[in-house]
Design a protein around this ligand. Structure first.
Ligand code: HEC
Length: 130
């Protein structure tokens, strides 16, 4: 009887641990562009126009729905390229601005996001954000 209870407790503990482990692995998965991809700002420009400009502005200066990307808060040392991958894949909880949350953008692949990020970085450099 006692041994049976122990077995059940051990099984329950094991189950719980594997659920927690799976959840952690899931949340730590960062989308990565293909190996050897050469991010292309030209392609990124077109992708940005279709998927991001409605909120972040055609000129990257923001809109009434989202913040400007030509802003010091989005310089590479504050928002790395990984932040762009995570934003597109998972969305963003409002924390810097008052526009509300950003929904995920499932239409873009990690490769698309790498091109978009290259475009945004090039535009940021033009105005001295680097
Ligand atoms: C529907 C509007 C909307 C669209 C479309 C959108 N964004 Fe956003 N995005 C936002 C808002 C709003 C925030 C600001 C959240 C906050 O308060 O920090 C944001 C924040 C971000 C951030 C900052 C993330 C962070 O960690 O703080 C990045 C990077 C970003 N967006 C990239 C993109 C890219 C790339 C696209 C296109 C693939 C895109 N966004 C499309 C609304 C949008």
């Amino acid at each position: 009887m006692k041994r049976e209870r122990l077995t059940i407790a051990a099984a329950a503990a094991f189950l719980l641990l594997s659920i927690v482990g799976a959840a952690q692995a899931q949340s730590m998965k960062i989308p990565k562009p293909s190996e050897g991809l050469m991010p292309n700002p030209g392609r990124g420009k077109a992708l940005y126009a279709s998927h991001c400009s409605a909120c972040h502005g055609a000129d990257l200066k923001g809109s009434d729905k989202g913040p400007p990307m030509l802003h010091k808060v989005y310089e590479p040392s504050h928002h790395s390229d990984v932040a762009f991958q995570l934003a597109a894949a998972r969305g963003v909880r409002a924390h810097h601005w008052q526009f509300g949350d950003m929904a995920p953008v499932p239409a873009v692949t990690p490769d698309d996001v790498a091109h978009i990020t290259a475009f945004i970085r090039a535009e940021q450099r033009k105005v001295g954000i680097q």
